[in-house]
Ligand binder design. Structure first.
Ligand code: CU
Length: 257
């Protein structure tokens, strides 16, 4: 049902693109960061309509029957990797179930789906942490919060926040305490979640600032990140570790299925 407006929009914007870029619109590759889960519409000017791509990532089901991209390179599905999936029951520190988390590989992307209830209103930092341990009795000395055993943010390579493998969009919870989200990420494949120590999904008490601390916010030089210089501006070392999301509110150990 969304396809028709897209096509119309693409047609309108495509006219401008043709005037500006001509036939190069078809040959230009998709921006690497944009999910391309749904079957492409096959229109020659899909890359020239910025609004078109943004609408589609939350439509992973999208079996529209449209033909695949003519180039065949838009969907980096790897043979044998498709269909792997994992899930987790998310519980708070009192052991109450507050939601479910699932991730499933589709067309080379990992599609995450989460639903929660009984969680405080607002945005919550939402991450995969690098150990599959959810013990409410393990207290984080830095925050006093539970589930310290889940470790730091899952990171398959050296990175700062918000570029860890396990960094995900904030989870928004409504006035009724319920929240739901679905998104795609290419930061990990499902099998990688079970290498080593396993993986836990964590809902934090506070929003994640994604380390977006503009330089106009100063802070004591003592908390500056390594190499930040004497100005002590921008995100400090703590922010670059976790996005200032605060305590762990709830936790779920991922299991393969
Ligand atoms: Cu976290």
């Amino acid at each position: 049902m969304l396809r028709t407006p897209h096509l119309l929009l693409a047609a309108v914007l495509g006219a401008g693109a043709l005037a500006a870029g001509g036939a190069s619109a078809e040959a230009s590759p998709e921006p690497p960061d944009l999910p391309d889960l749904p079957a492409p519409t096959g229109t020659a000017d899909q890359d020239s309509a910025p609004g078109d791509v943004v609408d589609d990532p939350l439509d992973p089901g999208g079996p529209t029957g449209q033909q695949p991209s003519p180039t065949g390179t838009a969907s980096p599905a790897s043979p044998g990797a498709g269909g792997a999936s994992a899930r987790a029951d998310i519980k708070d520190a009192e052991g109450r179930s507050v939601g479910t988390f699932s991730v499933e590989e589709e067309n080379g992307r990992s599609v995450v789906t989460v639903t929660v209830k009984g969680v405080p209103i607002g945005f919550h930092g939402f991450h995969l942490h690098g150990k599959g341990v959810c013990d409410a009795g393990q207290t984080d000395p830095a925050t006093g919060g539970p589930f310290a055993g889940a470790g730091t943010h899952l990171s398959l390579q050296e990175a700062s926040h918000p570029d860890h493998t396990g960094d995900m969009p904030d989870l928004l919870v409504g006035m009724d305490g319920m929240g739901a989200a679905s998104f795609a990420t290419d930061r990990f494949q499902v099998r990688q979640l079970f290498d080593g120590d396993g993986t836990a999904v964590i809902i934090h008490e506070k929003p994640d600032n994604q380390a977006n601390i503009p330089d106009r916010y100063g802070h004591p030089e003592a908390t500056a990140s390594p190499g930040a210089g004497p100005t002590a501006k921008g995100p400090d070392a703590v922010t670059l570790k976790g996005g200032d999301s605060g305590r762990h509110l709830a936790c779920g150990v991922l299991t393969e299925r």
